[in-house]
Design a protein around this ligand. Structure first.
Ligand SMILES: NC(=O)c1ccc[n+]([C@@H]2O[C@H](COP(=O)([O-])OP(=O)(O)OC[C@H]3O[C@@H](n4cnc5c(N)ncnc54)[C@H](OP(=O)(O)O)[C@@H]3O)[C@@H](O)[C@H]2O)c1
Length: 251
């Protein structure tokens, strides 16, 4: 059966776990050859490869810390070897230190920026030459990019910077036929969410203030990303699309 990403090449950073994992599977379901990148957790990488094999999907994993120069160059080398052309680049990998702003050291802030901001830019800049008309770059930001989430000063700052950077990507790359957008999910229960301080409190507040009455799931986010890869989304350029059951509607 003809699917809209048949024969297309997709790269998903952080593609073996959480939201990125759901995106890798959803895009592979659409016929894509997916390269799911991850830092160090081999078990999750093996699990998604096994699941893909069972379901007849094409997902290969590539290991490497994108925030570490030498490791980054190795990942880039592998990608350059296997991909002549890239159709979809999804940046889902992120990490960060959870502290109040006045407790953040330079080192912690720089480390968080290395993975959430600089690695995104390096990879985009190094791969954009392989992208052309009809291709897409999709980033994942968070409500913390524009608002306060307790203890989220470091990650929130990287997301705010990412949103600014993506506006420029969108403006500069649209004339080349490359569509750039960001997706901004509300709280999604992943390993990263589990690491949030006061998760219980946040979870209750999120549910209390979400008009749809339910949490956003990795699959919800993956379906939105999938839509952004279709022809129907070709005129959506430079947007941050919120997917949170309506939570951010409330003042
Ligand atoms: N969960 C939420 O509530 C939520 C809400 C809004 C936005 N987001 C955003 O959604 C995206 C995905 O979040 P998630 O919750 O799915 O995260 P997650 O479950 O923690 O997964 C993070 C992924 O990124 C990879 N990664 C982390 N540091 C890396 C590095 N230095 N180099 C290469 N890969 C690295 C991890 O690889 P390993 O498995 O090897 O560690 C893993 O595959 C992030 O951009 C996050 O900020 C999440």
């Amino acid at each position: 059966m003809m699917k809209h990403l048949n024969g297309k090449t997709v790269i998903v950073t952080g593609g073996t776990r959480g939201i990125g994992r759901a995106i890798s599977l959803a895009l592979a379901e659409c016929g894509a050859n997916v390269y799911a990148l991850y830092a160090r957790n081999r078990k999750n990488a093996e699990t998604i490869e096994k699941e893909a094999e069972k379901r007849g999907l094409n997902i290969r994993t590539i290991r490497g810390d994108l925030a570490h120069e030498e490791s980054y160059q190795q990942v880039l080398g592998q990608l350059e070897e296997v991909c002549n052309h890239i159709d979809i680049l999804v940046h889902s990998a992120a990490s960060g230190v959870h502290r109040n702003s006045m407790e953040l050291s330079d080192r912690q802030l720089k480390w968080t920026f290395e993975i959430n901001f600089f690695a995104v830019h390096r990879l985009t800049r190094d791969l954009v030459g392989k992208m052309g008309k009809g291709s897409r770059i999709i980033g994942i930001t968070s409500p913390g990019g524009t608002r306060v989430i307790p203890s989220y000063a470091a990650v929130g700052s990287t997301k705010g910077a990412l949103e600014a950077l993506f506006r420029h990507y969108a403006f500069e790359l649209a004339p080349l036929g490359i569509g750039v957008n960001l997706v901004s999910p509300g709280l999604v229960m992943t390993d990263a969410a589990e690491a949030l301080p006061e998760l219980g409190k946040m979870l209750n507040m999120t549910l209390d203030y979400t008009p749809s009455g339910k949490l956003t799931t990795p699959d919800d986010v993956a379906m939105l990303v999938k839509f952004l890869t279709t022809d129907a989304a070709s005129q959506i350029i430079g947007q941050t699309i919120v997917i949170d059951g309506g939570k951010t509607l409330l003042a």
